[in-house]
Write a protein that binds this ligand. Structure first.
Ligand code: CA
Ligand code: CA
Length: 175
């Protein structure tokens, strides 16, 4: 168990050790990768909180844990968040950056949100300290990182704040 956790920690450090480009729009470093959530950290199934824990794969390895329908570019294959459920995703191979100042969209939640439902969106750079970007009540909504204290994030947590029925297709960092 301890060895597994250490391996996971090393994998995370290895992924984070590569610095982003000064200009994320033109560079060739890690942040130039596809800006979509590419791994599930935690999810909810049948009322149970599930963790992908120390199986977190390195950038480039296939993600097989949890509802992978929410990973990668939007493809109309989605994961339905149960009532009260939580889906925590990360970008292993990229970042989402604050670009363009206030009222500029940086993050897009590709999701169908039924009328009367709300998705609570939180973001984090390290998976430990989270900032709430606010509830989203419209489908395929965009969010502005400027409304948090973070300029760079790589973890996104989506929580059902209503009666369920939110279908999540993808999470995209906008460039
Ligand atoms: Ca912005
Ligand atoms: Ca999808």
């Amino acid at each position: 168990m301890r060895a597994g956790m250490a391996a996971a920690a090393l994998a995370i450090v290895a992924c984070q050790a590569v610095a982003p480009d000064a200009d994320p729009l033109t560079g060739g470093a890690i942040d130039a990768g596809a800006p979509y959530a590419d791994v599930v950290i935690a999810y909810t199934i049948q009322g149970q909180a599930m963790s992908c824990g120390d199986t977190l794969p390195q950038c480039g390895a296939a993600a097989t844990c949890g509802p992978t329908a929410a990973l990668g570019p939007p493809d109309q294959v989605d994961y339905e968040l149960p009532a009260g459920g939580v889906l925590e995703l990360a970008l292993r191979c990229s970042f989402v950056m604050e670009l363009g100042g206030i009222n500029s969209a940086d993050l897009k939640l590709w999701a169908d949100i039924p009328q009367g439902s709300a998705a609570v969106i939180e973001v984090s750079v390290d998976g430990a300290f989270w900032h709430t970007l606010g509830p989203v009540q419209t489908s395929d909504a965009t969010l502005d990182l400027e409304s948090s204290e973070l300029d760079v994030i790589r973890f996104v947590r989506i929580s059902d704040g209503g009666a369920g029925g939110i279908r999540i297709d993808a999470v995209e960092g906008l460039r």
